[in-house]
Design a protein around this ligand. Structure first.
Ligand code: SF4
Length: 73
């Protein structure tokens, strides 16, 4: 089972906080961040942490069924 990561380029302001927090999962690519890989093994807390700290809430983490699980409330 895997989780799916996405970054909305329309929301991302390129702060780089996600790449700093979880460089294995996110990389800055020009003005915006993107996931290193769209699919990651599930239960990777670093993905949720990065989604939580994104100041623009540009990161979405979805579970294997497509439910949005990050950012957390
Ligand atoms: S933390 Fe959010 S706003 Fe900053 S680079 Fe990552 S996705 Fe973009």
């Amino acid at each position: 089972m895997s989780w799916r990561l996405s970054v909305d380029p329309g929301q991302c302001m390129g702060s780089g906080m996600c790449a700093g927090t979880a460089p294995e999962l996110f990389v800055l690519d020009g003005d915006h961040a993107r996931p290193v890989r769209e699919r990651i093994p599930e239960d990777d807390e670093r993905a949720l942490d990065a989604a939580d700290i994104c100041p623009m809430q540009a990161i979405t983490v979805r579970d294997a069924e497509g439910r949005e699980i990050g950012p957390r409330e």
